[in-house]
Design a protein around this ligand. Structure first.
Ligand code: GLC
Length: 478
């Protein structure tokens, strides 16, 4: 009998994605399926899902979900996808403009968590493992352990909780507990859901799951320290024996410069000539001078503190005194967006700030740049550096989290290494790494070597899927 796994997430690419979580849940299940796991996915049916994805969408059935005195209908839908994919619909909770950031996010995701358990009764699927991701589905771990395990249908289900980013924990007021039908006297303590006099959803995942994983080995170690633990390092140290680090992969079918239809010209490790065409066309499309010798350095990122955007801004004037072009794509904090718009305005021929997210433009930038900046303050795994390498674009990263596990600093003597790295979180460190990269850039044979090392780096899902399967088996045999 094959292992049955339900993956629950608030994002699944390409249907609903705001960041790396969506990419991961959009690609890991396929790899699990290829290895024989009977895997299914469930996520909320947001209003913003594009019509093109809803073409094959079918309504299955409905049931009521109660949260204390509240009663809301959950509609079950299926989608056209190679992995069986379900959506939980409820217009009151999910018929809104964005995914998160609403005052009642606690209620919305408590509803989703409960619905994602109860809908199993209606689709006739009893998973061995429910694999939850980030705070939005963390309550499932608690509900299964303390409540549903007493119901025969659910009694053997185990849970794995994956942390994609410990910074976002889902912290809400105390009253959240009664809404979730959880006794305050029992659950509002520090060894359960209480966190600085609030309720912390992530703690439900950390304390009630059968195993915890995060998206790189280095981050798994880092989050057990106060520096990276965001107040939960104690909890994580307690569960140290059940905590695993499994590095993310990427989908090389979607990110293959040899056959991508989204880029200007195709290329491959054996024939890189198309990369120069991509650079030229990108410069043209973005209104930058078409100079093949000027290094194009790109940033594709959520523009938030985590990503080290402040370091880039501190370094810009020194950086822009050099013969380089800086291309930015992404949205985020207003002051970062504005700072890049301002630089674009001042340095017209050197900076292109694209304050939006567009997957096609992202691929064009990955393909057309020489270097990719990712000086993160912390980075659970990071996918940008993997995407950039798959397009032969050399990453410049800080040694933190998954960036440590996926990027090695290029050594000019041994010619080993697929990128450039710096350690200290300051603009000097970043400039040091950029200067190292530029030095190699002007030495053509050496640059070709680092580009080859980058494009030949492989982080496909196959190995990581095996590691997840090992955990699934371990917790189900307990
Ligand atoms: C979050 C993390 C990122 C990770 C991604 C997928 O977005 O910030 O580092 O790669 O989740 O796991």
């Amino acid at each position: 009998m094959s292992l049955k796994v339900l993956i629950v997430s608030s994002e699944v690419a390409p249907f609903a994605k705001s960041g790396g979580l969506g990419d991961v849940v959009g690609s890991l299940p396929k790899a699990l399926q290829e290895k024989g796991v009977d895997v299914r996915i469930v996520f909320p049916k947001y209003r913003t899902i594009k019509n093109q994805f809803l073409n094959g969408c079918q309504y299955l059935s409905s049931f009521d979900v109660t949260l204390d005195w509240r009663k809301q209908k959950a509609d079950i839908f299926t989608l056209n996808n190679s992995v069986p994919t379900y959506m939980i619909g409820n217009d009151y909770y999910f018929g809104r403009a964005g995914f998160y950031g609403y005052e009642d996010d606690n209620e919305r995701f408590a509803f989703f968590s409960k619905a994602a358990i109860e809908f199993l009764d209606y689709i006739d699927f009893i998973p061995d493992v429910i694999h939850c991701n980030d705070w939005q589905s963390a309550p499932i771990c608690l509900y299964i352990k303390d409540r549903y395990s007493k119901i025969k249908y659910f009694s053997n289900i185990k849970t794995l909780f994956t942390i994609h980013n410990l910074q976002y924990q889902g912290i809400f007021q105390k009253e959240t507990l009664s809404m979730m039908e959880l006794d305050e006297n029992y659950y509002f303590t520090n060894d359960k859901l209480e966190f600085y006099n609030c309720v912390n959803f992530m703690k439900a995942g950390l304390l009630y799951s059968d195993a915890i994983s995060t998206v790189s080995k280095t981050y798994a170690n880092e989050i057990q320290t106060p520096q990276y633990g965001y107040g939960l390092d104690g909890c994580l140290r307690c569960r140290n024996k059940d905590l695993y680090g499994i590095v993310n992969g990427i989908d090389y079918e979607q990110n293959n410069p040899a056959n991508s239809k989204k880029i200007y010209a195709n290329f491959s490790p054996n024939n890189m000539s198309g990369k120069a065409i991509n650079k030229r066309e990108l410069q043209k499309e973005l209104g930058l001078p078409q100079n093949e010798n000027t290094p194009v350095i790109s940033v594709i990122s959520r523009l938030v503190d985590q990503k080290g955007i402040d370091l880039i801004l501190q370094a810009t004037h020194e950086l822009l005194n050099k013969d380089i072009q800086l291309v930015v794509l992404g949205t985020g904090d207003y002051h970062y967006e504005n700072a890049f718009k301002h630089l674009d305005y001042i340095y017209k021929d050197k900076v292109s700030a694209n304050i939006l997210f567009d997957d096609t433009l992202a691929q064009k930038i990955y393909a057309g740049s020489d270097m990719f900046l990712m000086p993160s303050l912390f980075e659970p795994c990071g996918l940008g550096q993997l995407f950039s390498m798959s397009y032969g674009t050399v990453p410049i990263t800080r040694t933190t989290g998954g960036l440590v596990d996926t990027v090695q600093h290029f050594n000019k003597e041994t010619t080993k290494g697929n990128g450039f790295q710096f350690q200290d979180y300051d603009a000097n460190g970043l400039m040091w790494a950029i200067n190292q990269a530029l030095e190699v850039y002007y030495d053509k044979p050496l640059w070709e070597k680092v580009v080859q090392n980058a494009i030949n780096t492989n982080f496909s899902w196959a190995n990581s899927a095996d590691e997840y399967i090992k955990i699934y088996k371990k917790i189900t045999s307990k």
